[in-house]
Design a protein around this ligand. Structure first.
Ligand code: NAD
Ligand code: UD1
Length: 307
C-alpha cells in the first residue's frame, strides 16, 4: 500500500479523494491551510498538516517519503480570483510550482508522480463546442490563467526535472460536502441549500449559461486511476460528461427533486463568466477506459440528501 500527500484534503473534492484512498488501504497525509476546507471533512485516519501550499518548507516536509502527490489545494472560486488577484495567484500558481518542485526529491532524493487539478476555466471563451483538449485556450479570469500556468509548469516538471504529472481539467464538480454557505462556492451547493431553506436564489445573467456538471465520485475515480498509471509525459485530460445543462434547467430539476419552488432573482452577469462550457470526454475515456457514470438526477439526489 502506498503513502500519498493530498494538498487541499480538507476541501470538497480532496476529502472525498482522501476517503477513497484510505478505504483502499493507503496512508494519507493532508496539507491544508483550512481557508475553505474544514477539519470536520478530514477522515480521522489521515494525518493533517495545517500549512500553506505556497510555502516551500511546509510542502517539502509534508511530501518527504510519500509515493505520490495529489495536488488539489487552490482558491477554487473564479469570483475570488477577481477580488483577490495577487493572493489567489500565489496559492493557485506559485503553490503548484512549489508542489512540483517538492516532488522532484520527495522519495529517497528522487521524483514522485503528481496528479493535479486544472480546470475547464483554461478554455475561457473558446468557441469550440464541445471543448477538446486541443481547443483554443482563451481564459477569461485570473483563475483560468493560473490553472493554465499550472499546466505549463507541469511540462517543465516533466521535461526538465523528470517529474511525471497528470493534469485534469475538471468541469463543474458537485456533490455532498461542497460548502453551501459561501457565496464563492459552486452553484449547485448554493442552489440546493437555498431550496431546502426555502430562500430565493440569485441567477447571475439570464440563466441560459451552460455547464458540464460532474459528480465528485467520478472525479475521484479518475484521480486514483491516474496515480496508478501515471502519464509518461505531462498529459492533460478533460474531466467532464459531455452533457450540457443550463442554469435554468438545473433549477427546474432541483425544484422537482426537492418538491419546492423558490423565487428567482436575476442579478447582473458576473464579469469573466463563461457562457458555454461543455467538455469532450473522449481523450480521458481512451486513456483510462472509463467515463463519468453518475447522471445529473442521481448526483443531485445524492447532493440534496448529503450522501
Ligand atoms: P475547496 O475550496 O473545497 O478545496 C480547496 C482546498 O484547498 C480547501 O481545503 C482549502 O482550505 C485548501 N487551500 C486553499 N488555499 C490553500 C493554501 N494556500 N494552502 C493550503 N491549502 C489551501 O475546493 P474544491 O472544489 O474541492 O477544489 C479542489 C481543486 O479542484 C482546486 O484546485 C480547484 O481549483 C479545482 N477545481 C474545482 C472545480 C469545482 O467545480 N469544484 C472545478 C475545476 C477545478
Ligand atoms: C466552477 C468552479 C471552478 C472551476 C470551473 C470549471 C467553484 C466555486 N468554481 O467555476 O473552480 O474551475 O467551474 O468549469 O466550484 N451562479 C449563479 N448564482 C449563484 C452562483 C453561481 O447564477 O448563486 C452562476 C455563475 O455566474 C456561473 C454559474 O452559475 O454562470 C456557475 O458558477 P460557479 O458554480 O461559481 O462555477 P464556475 O464559475 O463555472
Amino acid at each position: 500500500m502506498a503513502h500519498y500527500l493530498v494538498t487541499g484534503g480538507c476541501g470538497f473534492i480532496g476529502s472525498h479523494l482522501t476517503d477513497r484512498l484510505l478505504a483502499d488501504g493507503h496512508r494519507v497525509t493532508i496539507l491544508d491551510d483550512l481557508s475553505t476546507g474544514r477539519i470536520a471533512n478530514r477522515p480521522k485516519a489521515a494525518r493533517l498538516i495545517v500549512g500553506d501550499v505556497a510555502d516551500p518548507e511546509a510542502v517539502q516536509d509534508a511530501a518527504r517519503g510519500v509515493d505520490g502527490i495529489f495536488h488539489l489545494a487552490a482558491v477554487a472560486s473564479v469570483q475570488k480570483s477577481k477580488e483577490q488577484w495577487t493572493a489567489t495567484h500565489r496559492t493557485n500558481q506559485t503553490g503548484a510550482v512549489v508542489v512540483f518542485d517538492a516532488a522532484r526529491t520527495a522519495r529517497d532524493g528522487g521524483p514522485v508522480p503528481v496528479v493535479y487539478a486544472s480546470s475547464a476555466a483554461v478554455y475561457g471563451d473558446s468557441p469550440s463546442v464541445p471543448l477538446g483538449e486541443d481547443s483554443e485556450l482563451r481564459p477569461l479570469s485570473a483563475y483560468g490563467v493560473d490553472k493554465l500556468g499550472c499546466e505549463m509548469h507541469a511540462r517543465v516538471a516533466w521535461q526538465i526535472h523528470g517529474v511525471r504529472t497528470t493534469g485534469f481539467r475538471f468541469f463543474n464538480v458537485y456533490g455532498p460536502r461542497q460548502d453551501p454557505h459561501s457565496p464563492y462556492s459552486g452553484v449547485i451547493s448554493i442552489f440546493a441549500r437555498r431550496l431546502l431553506d426555502g430562500c430565493p436564489v440569485d441567477i447571475h445573467g439570464d440563466g441560459e449559461q451552460v455547464r458540464d456538471f460532474v459528480f465528485v465520485g467520478d472525479v475521484v475515480r479518475f484521480l486514483t486511476a491516474a496515480m496508478e498509471r501515471p502519464a509518461p509525459a505531462a498529459a492533460v485530460y478533460n474531466l467532464c460528461t459531455g452533457r450540457p445543462t443550463s442554469l435554468l434547467m438545473l433549477l427546474d430539476v432541483l425544484e422537482e427533486l426537492s418538491r419546492r419552488r423558490v423565487p428567482r432573482h436575476h442579478q447582473p452577469a458576473r464579469a469573466g463568466d463563461i457562457r458555454v462550457s461543455i467538455g469532450d470526454p473522449a481523450k480521458a475515456r481512451a486513456a483510462f477506459g472509463m467515463t463519468c457514470r453518475v447522471g445529473l438526477l442521481d448526483g443531485l439526489s445524492a447532493t440534496l440528501t448529503g450522501r
